[in-house]
Write a protein that binds this ligand. Structure first.
Ligand code: AHG
Ligand code: MN
Ligand code: MN
Length: 333
């Protein structure tokens, strides 16, 4: 097999489709390098003293794990000095992080969930990193949070790394979705899946069933119908998976189809769902749509939502097109 590295893929993509300017290429390579470093830390586990809790809380009021903080630091440090960014934002930081004045500034803005699936860190289950790239608005001065308030349709790149049995990087720049596997010995990302496609139909769903009693009627109806199986209204048996790492659940769906749901529920109506729009839902929606799937909040395309807050939450229904259409339809009925 002829091996194509991430670098070669990016250079050739630029030559053929003119879709990845040099600065964006650098940005993607730097993020990928940071993910390699995170993967290494994750792989060390207790031997690297990276497991456990950090005794701090993030802006979402969640207790931070050591790896949440380590991964955030790795991404910040890697991306500060290259001259490709104007600012960054992260799940683990209350406000945006403008590039310090001692470095040149670029025209891109990077958002990330440095470590997704934190509850799985200490039990050696797959976790990941999610990122989204926006362009700085024309004529932007000192970056502010307002500059980040762009709908997901404005993303120029998005991706995730999944730290599982293998470490993989899944990437889109708006021209399909490709997957790279980390060759741990060589330290390089190798293209292993081109143009990933999510099957339109599926018999598999993913939702945290323990919240069922809090769900709104459309979600209840949809999941009840799936659970009713062959003799129910859907006339077929559905299977369920829930890893509790969005990255790992989405990665399964990209490979074999499925529908992923993290709905809003009745517990706290000021918090519509759990997942964050800017650095979880939007990048995943971009990837899923680029692979022929769909992503909605039950009412509209996730990528068309106009954000108003950096850490805003959003209900998420994404994956195989036909199933996302059914559950979205129940919300609109
Ligand atoms: P994070 O670890 O970045 O806070 O995100 C965790 C998210 C997501 O990865 C996953 O789908 C979901 O939380 C799991 O939630 P439950 O624990 O409610 O199942
Ligand atoms: Mn997350
Ligand atoms: Mn996280």
């Amino acid at each position: 097999m002829k091996r194509i590295s991430l670098t070669q893929y990016l250079v050739e993509e630029q030559r053929q489709n003119n879709s990845i300017p040099a600065e964006l290429r650098l940005l993607i390579e730097v993020v990928a390098r940071a993910c390699k470093t995170i993967s290494h830390a994750v792989g060390k586990g207790a031997l690297g003293e990276v497991l456990g809790t950090a005794e701090t809380e993030n802006i979402q009021g969640e207790v931070q794990k050591k790896l949440d903080i380590i991964s955030n630091e790795i991404l910040l440090e890697a991306n500060e000095w290259g001259g490709h960014l104007a600012a960054m934002a992260s799940e683990e930081m209350e406000s945006i992080h403008p590039i310090p004045n001692r470095y040149p500034k670029g025209e891109y803005m990077l958002l990330f969930d440095p470590l997704d699936g934190s509850s799985n860190i200490d039990v050696n289950v797959s976790i990941g990193t999610i990122f989204s790239v926006l362009k700085a608005p024309e004529g932007m001065g000192q970056p502010t949070e307002a500059d980040f308030m762009q709908p997901g349709t404005q993303q120029v790149a998005a991706g995730y790394a999944v730290y599982g049995p293998q470490t993989m990087l899944v990437l889109t720049t708006g021209n399909g979705v490709n997957c790279f596997t980390l060759d741990r010995e060589m330290g390089s990302w190798v293209l292993t899946q081109r143009d990933m496609q999510i099957p339109a139909k599926t018999k598999e769903f993913a939702i945290n069933m323990s919240n069922a009693r809090h769900w709104h009627a459309p979600v209840k109806r949809y999941v009840d119908e799936l659970l009713a199986g062959e003799t129910g209204p859907r006339g077929t048996n559905f299977n369920m998976r829930w890893i509790a790492s969005m990255v790992a659940d989405v990665h399964r769906i990209l490979n074999r189809g499925g529908v992923f749901m993290y709905p809003a529920d009745l517990r706290d109506t000021s918090m519509p769902g759990k997942l964050r729009l800017m650095y979880e839902a939007n990048p995943m929606a971009f990837i899923v749509e680029q692979a022929g799937g769909a992503a909605t909040d039950g009412q509209q395309r996730i990528m068309e939502i106009q954000p108003h807050k950096l850490h805003q939450r959003v209900p998420v229904f994404l994956g195989s097109r036909d199933e996302v259409a059914v559950v979205t339809g129940y919300h609109q009925a």
